[in-house]
Write a protein that binds this ligand. Structure first.
Ligand SMILES: Nc1ncnc2c1ncn2[C@@H]1O[C@H](COP(=O)(O)OP(=O)(O)OP(=O)(O)O)[C@@H](O)[C@H]1O
Ligand SMILES: [Mg+2]
Length: 338
């Protein structure tokens, strides 16, 4: 057998057999490398000891033939039907833009708006539930009472998006933005800013250098307020809440606060009004989990379309399992040496 024949024969072996062959011919250290390095190591040994490699390849091929000769198990049609994993078409079915329907606020959205009449409000609901609606309606109400509104987000990019969104709803003359990068229409009755900027304005106000009309401030919306738990930036949210003028209502919006009751109790203890908690776990847009292999192949991650109700009920899709094993094998070397 020429070196090229041998190289081709090795490349055609299934990865599992190639590893076994490498283990028996070139030693265990090479098992950590990828397919290509394994083949080169075997080829190098074959130059000094061709009989040994020949024999090892014959054994590997015989083993492969024995595996192929095992008759395929015909699955029980009934059981297969019952446990049939979802196919990609079904998994992707229905994704896209939903049918237009008249807008009806959800009960929790109305509850949050009602509660704002009495005091501060924390909204802790899953992502994509419609927290913006509460923020926009609360802003509208504050404007009708000639009160100013501050809307904060943790990111400049998110503040820019909200600036554009709010200008469309309330008109460009009514909305301003203050971030580290931008200062636009700062006298507007609705101001969008990062939480850091608001904290700094409140600091200045506490020191007597008032930059923001605090006496007319009616509503402070802190979006993404789960940042309170951030080890570095959390203090900014805490100080903003502490320094927030007493007549302004606080509306904290968040998708993921682990202990919102404790937070509501804290707000109630330091603010002049009680804080009401609006919380639910229902997802209006159900999640589907898929596995995307670097080759571009997409497959459902679980055997079902939707997410399993709990991790203990999660059964992986056979194709996702196969692709993941392949990925593990292909990247074993890189991960070990990295
Ligand atoms: N009551 C409702 N009925 C139907 N759709 C709604 C309702 N309320 C909001 N929506 C729509 O749900 C989508 C998501 O809303 P929104 O962006 O406000 O979610 P969110 O809770 O702020 O999410 P995130 O945590 O990602 O910030 C929007 O397209 C919005 O128009
Ligand atoms: Mg949002």
């Amino acid at each position: 057998m020429t070196r090229n024949d041998l190289e081709r024969a090795l490349a055609e072996l299934p990865f599992r057999l190639l590893r076994r062959l490498a283990r028996s011919t070139v030693g265990p250290h090479i098992l950590r490398s990828g397919k290509r390095r394994m083949i080169h190591a075997i080829l190098a040994v074959s130059e000094t000891n061709p009989e040994r490699i020949d024999a090892a390849i014959r054994t590997a091929r015989a083993e492969q033939q024995a595996i192929e000769a095992v008759p395929a198990i015909v699955p029980d049609a009934d059981a297969a039907q019952k446990n049939k994993p979802v196919d990609l078409g079904t998994f992707l079915e229905g994704l896209g833009v939903p049918e237009p329907k008249p807008f009806v606020p959800d009960p929790w959205q109305l509850e949050a708006l009602d509660a704002l009449l009495q005091g501060d409000v924390i909204v802790s609901v899953p992502t994509g539930s419609g927290k913006t609606y509460v923020a926009v309606e609360a802003t509208r109400r504050a404007m009708m009472e000639d009160r100013t509104v501050v809307y904060t987000s943790p990111l400049k990019a998110l503040s820019n998006t909200k600036f554009t969104e709010f200008k469309k709803i309330f008109g460009p003359e009514s909305v301003g933005i203050l971030t580290g990068d931008r200062r636009d229409n700062p006298q507007a009755p609705i101001l969008i800013m990062t939480t850091e900027i608001l904290r700094n304005l409140l600091y200045d106000a506490a020191g007597g250098e008032i930059d923001l009309r605090l006496d007319t401030l009616g509503l402070v919306i802190l979006d993404e307020s789960q940042f309170l738990a951030d080890p570095e930036r959390g203090v900014v949210w805490e100080e903003t809440i502490i320094f927030c003028p007493s007549q302004a209502r606080l509306l904290l919006l968040s998708a993921s606060i682990g202990n919102p009751q404790e937070l509501a109790a804290w707000l109630t203890s330091i603010r002049p009004y009680p804080c009401h908690l609006v919380r639910h776990q229902h997802r209006s847009v159900p999640l589907r989990a898929g596995y995307l292999h670097p080759s571009g192949k997409l497959t459902p991650l679980f055997r079902t379309v939707s997410m399993p109700p709990s991790p203990s009920q999660a059964v992986l899709h056979p194709e996702a399992k196969r692709l993941f094993t392949q990925y593990e094998e292909d990247t074993l070397h890189t991960r070990r040496s990295g």
